[in-house]
Write a protein that binds this ligand. Structure first.
Ligand code: NCD
Length: 336
């Protein structure tokens, strides 16, 4: 899956943001965020850097300035799976950059009447859309849309099956860098349900590009066969020995809705072997991240999730900032 960007990205006759000036739609080239896999290190660091600006603003000032960066542009948020953090933070990011947006979920759209995904998108497109943020249980849906919609419609992957969740990995990286600095040479554990996790895959791509050392940890049944050799990362089913050398631990949710029977014995047993408790963290100075939603008492105890070593709430805050940076980047409007 790719971020496809033809070069030169734009001509003088086709500026990204036209401020009401007429630009032939055919003059646009594709630019989407479909995954981390094909992002460059400088793209990643540029987005992290820009998110710092928005994040600082969020800490410093009482009211967000009114921005018209994306004024006149319309974004559709299509969430075919439940989401609180991701969807809300995209909506806030769109609003704070001055875009118009609509949010749809299958329950309230014609999809329940048998309309196909492509029909829905074509209908929306006919109403003049500039970007689609899409979350879907099937891997490849964002790519499918990018292959079929005109170039001026930007596609942003908000999580597709177990494939990628690029904005989550970007916000994780930004939160990590804020706390522990340059990630080159840092040792990061990704712990839990690797098998079903798009967050794990996007994080592996991203952390490797930034030079971190990664160990995937979880029950063998939740570690896909060959994942270590495919991504060239270490794999272990034993958490305890990994803890002491770790700089950060990214805990993943046990995705009970995607579990087929028998992948691990019980949540209690999972917690005993892989749950992050205060006691277990005595063996490490690592910081703790989790993309949410957390199964408290399974992946993390509450006093860890909201304790001083946890970045969980910083990640949530960073979610808005990173999505502002991504939207701005896709429309090439970095000027405020
Ligand atoms: C993740 C997701 O939906 O992929 N959550 C999120 O985006 N905040 C992880 C998860 O659901 O476990």
């Amino acid at each position: 899956m790719t971020v496809r960007e033809a070069k030169p990205a734009r001509t003088k006759e086709a500026p990204a943001h036209t401020n009401g000036k007429e630009v032939p739609i055919s003059a646009h080239v594709r630019k989407d965020l479909l995954g981390i896999e094909h992002l460059s290190k400088s793209d990643i660091l540029g987005l992290v850097e820009r998110s710092n600006h928005f994040n600082d603003e969020l800490s410093r000032i009482e009211r967000f300035p009114h921005r018209d960066t994306l004024a006149g542009l319309t974004v559709a948020n299509l969430f075919f799976e439940n989401s609180t953090r991701t969807r809300t933070s995209f909506e806030l990011a769109e609003r704070r950059l001055g875009a118009d947006y609509v949010s749809l979920s299958p329950a309230i759209s014609s999809l329940t009447k048998g309309e196909s995904l492509l029909d829905t998108v074509k209908v929306l497109e006919a109403m003049k859309l500039d970007a689609i943020v899409v979350r879907h249980s099937s891997a490849g849906v964002p790519q499918f849309l990018a292959d079929r919609l005109p170039a001026h419609v930007r596609i942003i992957n908000a999580g597709d099956g177990a494939h990628e969740h690029p904005t989550q990995a970007l916000l994780d990286a930004a939160s990590l860098i804020e706390r522990i600095g340059d990630l080159a040479g840092k040792h990061i554990l990704i712990v839990g349900d690797i098998r079903h996790s798009r967050v794990a895959r996007s994080n592996i791509w991203l952390l490797k590009k930034l030079g971190a050392a990664i160990t995937l940890v979880g029950p063998r049944t939740l570690l896909p066969k060959d994942i270590g050799s495919i991504f060239d990362v270490r794999v272990s089913d034993d958490l305890e020995p990994e803890l002491s050398g770790a700089d950060a631990i990214i805990a993943l949710r046990i995705q009970q809705e995607r579990q087929t029977s028998g992948l691990f014995p019980t949540l209690q047993e999972y917690h005993e072997r892989y749950g992050l408790t205060k006691q277990r963290l005595k063996n490490t100075s690592a910081i703790v991240l989790h993309p949410g939603p957390i199964n408290l008492g399974v992946e993390l105890d509450a006093n860890v999730a909201y304790g001083e070593r946890s970045l969980v709430l910083k990640q949530v805050k960073r979610g808005v900032a990173i999505r502002m940076a991504v939207l701005e980047w896709l429309f090439e409007t970095t000027n405020t």
